[in-house]
Design a protein around this ligand. Structure first.
Ligand code: RFL
Ligand code: PHB
Length: 411
């Protein structure tokens, strides 16, 4: 069996795992990233689009923002279509910066390219099947590589021995399942919704170019973009709906009805080249660590997609963990590592508050006409009151990551 020794075994090469490996490398800490998918699959899958200002700053500090600065589209805020009128919320004037529309798979590609250039090992097509040694006492030094991940790669079994394991393996990964199985104190807090999203990628020009949430008694629609000629559009759909129930004509008819307004022409239609169903759910795992095993990003928590926090929280968790690992490997003891979960969870719950609030505000539930009228009143307030927008904008653009540390001082 092939065996590799390192300081940190990172499971998963999504934004959490790749950002963490880069943050560790900047501090001179070795890691090996193990990824189940091929490089091609990883770098082409359509997912998130909105990058918060603190995530942009982080990518800049890590030296991985050149393409994002060139090709990303700054989003000062978003549009809200409500009562058939279009309102633009510009959050830049509130001083927190601006989000950017930059597809997640481009960010992932940039991080993979940067890892290649730095000689950072990523084992693609290699699925982790077991985690061991998470409960061994934590010490520094090569003899402390007592945590292992067992994986199956293209050439057979691989073992990575490490001081710590970062499970950055997403919602369906092995990390959270392992933590729940071995430690009774690990719990999940979850909320489900009676609806999901249907997402399509279409060959149409975005109009408006910034994201737009449309509120309608038929359900929410969201219009986003992936460049000058591609749009990413979402429809609230009943939970359990099937893709075959949504032929192109039905998707466009519904998008047009929900986005109908008195101040813009009807939505342009075009060829749909990709479609996915996206679950709307909330789940947080607490604590996000068991001994030497740390859960990072979607492995620890899932947000409803409304408001686009998942990618950003993955990078925020990675920042907190890289800070704690930096302190540990610099000989400062395990105090910061012990605080990882508490420190990360504050921002996680803040994002849950935001995403849950946005989800409740923008989606329609047939069974509750009273709630529909309250939501209309809340939206009227948002349109009329800059203070209400400021509070929303602060969270949309992104609050600072919960660590005092910046990389330049530590590189
Ligand atoms: P990821 O990206 O899921 O990466 C986990 C990686 O782990 C690998 N893996 C394994 N590797 C080895 N062995 C195993 N046993 C493994 N099991 C899993 C997987 O192959 C994968 O490569 O998690 P990470 O890094 O925590 O990043 C989280 C984000 O990807 C996620 O939160 C966002 O995509 C959510 N999300 C959005 N977030 C935003 O911030 N802004 C958005 O605009 C936004 N839009 C979205 C979204 C998610 C969507 N979907 C598909 C659910 C739009 C959509 C449609
Ligand atoms: C996206 O562009 O994929 C997107 C934008 C805003 C959201 C969610 C997703 O709230």
């Amino acid at each position: 069996m092939k065996s590799i020794d390192t300081q940190v075994a990172v499971i998963g090469a999504g934004p959490a795992g790749l950002a963490l490996a880069r943050m560790l490398a900047v501090q001179g800490i070795e890691s090996v990233v193990v990824e189940r998918q091929s490089r091609h699959q990883l770098c082409t899958a359509q997912r998130a689009g909105i990058v918060e200002q603190p995530t942009r700053d982080t990518m800049h500090e890590l030296g991985v923002d050149a393409r994002m600065s060139r090709e990303g589209h700054e989003h000062a805020g978003f549009h809200l279509r409500h009562r058939r009128r279009t309102h633009h919320f510009d959050f830049r004037s509130f001083g927190g910066g601006a989000a950017m529309l930059y597809p997640q798979h481009h960010l992932v590609t940039d991080l993979v390219d940067a890892a290649d250039q730095a000689g950072q090992p990523i084992l693609f097509d290699t699925a982790v099947v077991a985690i061991d040694g998470h409960d061994m006492p934590l010490t520094t030094g090569t003899s402390s590589r007592a945590a292992t991940v067992q994986a199956i790669g293209p050439a057979g079994p691989v073992r990575v021995r490490a001081v710590t394991i970062a499970a950055c393996d997403g919602f369906h990964g092995i990390g959270r399942a392992h933590a729940l199985a071995v430690e009774a104190a690990v719990r999940t807090h979850s909320r489900s919704y009676p609806f999901g999203w249907l997402g399509v990628l279409a060959r149409t020009a975005p109009d408006p170019t910034e994201g737009m949430y449309c509120v309608s008694s038929r359900g929410m629609s969201l219009h986003s973009s992936r460049g000058a000629e591609l749009t990413r559009q979402y429809l609230q759909v009943p939970a359990g709906t099937a893709l075959r129930d949504w032929p192109d004509e039905r998707v466009w008819a519904e998008l047009r009805l929900r986005s109908a307004s008195d101040d813009h022409p009807p939505l342009a239609t075009g060829e749909i080249i990709d479609r996915t169903l996206i679950a709307v759910r909330s789940l947080v795992t607490e604590p996000m660590q068991v001994g030497r095993l740390f859960l990072v990003g979607d492995a620890a928590h899932i947000m409803p997609p409304t408001g686009a926090k998942g990618l950003n929280l993955a990078v925020s968790d990675a920042t907190v963990l890289s800070y704690a690992l930096g302190a540990f490997f610099a000989g400062a003891g395990s105090g910061e590592l012990d605080s990882y979960s508490d420190r990360a969870l504050r921002r996680v719950w803040q994002a849950q508050m935001f995403s849950t609030g946005m989800t409740d505000l923008l989606h329609t539930r047939d069974d509750d006409p009273h709630a529909w009228r309250i939501r209309c009143a809340q939206l009227d307030e948002l349109v009329a009151n800059p203070d209400a927008r400021r509070a929303l904008g602060r969270l949309y653009v992104g609050t600072p990551f919960p660590t005092p540390w910046r990389w330049q001082g530590n590189a």
